[in-house]
Design a protein around this ligand. Structure first.
Ligand SMILES: [Zn+2]
Length: 265
């Protein structure tokens, strides 16, 4: 599942589309493009261009301008559980291409922008949980997990009585943390995922903020959250790579969670 680092890498793909004239838009998938009807997004973007690519948490959006250079609607993109953005030539991908270890199937193509230079930016999604919409509502999202200040982090995460893992996953508190990044961050900070947030000290919250920034930087640099130090050890019988204690497993905040039995007790 794409988390903040994967979506940041997708934003960098999207940034390659900026400034090119949009010749055509394939918005045939009325589920992915809901509430718009097929043709609505095309009518809004055709002839214009994307001018800026933004991300907050796991939400992407582009500012646009129309053919006359006037500001157009924002184009919002959410990759859901399995969406990927990639460029292809006009004639489509030559030869067999692989998609997450399987041959790419035409029905996974959900949305596309064709540019005047013939290249097409395509959204592929095996699970059809991506969203494409004009002027997405960004108000429900908390600040981006990679940009939140230490003070703001401590206030937002420390409020309430929820287990800290559940609090980290709440997109209205911080935008962009998914299940793996939460486990990595809690392990880096040596904090138990089940600790109620009101029991965390100011120092522990500061350590968590530092661990989050460190985990995010490493994941973006190395290509995604799966490269985190604890991720490969999230399995039965494995041990903590820092202290050697056994890893434990349970459900916290409704999600499958792994932690070190010694340092995160
Ligand atoms: Zn340990």
């Amino acid at each position: 599942m794409p988390e903040l680092p994967e979506v940041e890498l997708a934003r960098q793909v999207l940034a390659d589309a900026l400034g090119r004239e949009v010749r055509d838009v394939d918005d045939h998938d009325d589920w992915v493009c809901r509430p718009h009807a097929p043709g609505d997004i095309a009518a809004a973007l055709r002839g214009g261009k994307l001018t800026e690519a933004h991300r907050r948490g796991k939400t992407l959006w582009c500012e646009t301008e129309n053919a006359d250079g006037e500001p157009g609607p924002n184009l919002g993109l959410h990759l859901g559980m399995a969406g990927q953005l990639r460029f292809a030539g006009r004639s489509g991908p030559p030869g067999p291409r692989r998609f997450r270890g399987r041959d790419e199937k035409p029905e996974w193509f959900r949305f596309g922008l064709t540019f005047a230079d013939g290249e097409q930016l395509r959204l592929f999604d095996t699970r059809r949980l991506s969203r494409v919409r004009l002027d997405p509502d960004l108000d429900a999202l908390g600040p981006d997990a990679g940009e939140v200040s230490r003070t703001d982090f401590r206030t937002r995460v420390g409020r309430g009585r929820a287990p800290v893992k559940a609090r980290l996953l709440d997109q209205s508190v911080l935008a962009g943390i998914g299940n793996l990044l939460a486990d990595e961050t809690l392990w880096q900070a040596a904090v138990s995922p089940a600790r109620p947030v009101h029991e965390l000290t100011a120092d522990e919250l500061t350590d968590l903020h530092k661990a989050l920034r460190k985990s995010l930087r490493a994941a973006i640099k190395h290509g995604g959250v799966h490269t985190g130090e604890i991720i490969g050890h999230r399995r039965a019988g494995d041990h903590c790579p820092r202290c050697g204690a056994e890893m434990a497993h349970g459900t916290v905040g409704g999600r499958s969670t792994w932690w070190c039995t010694k340092e995160q007790a």
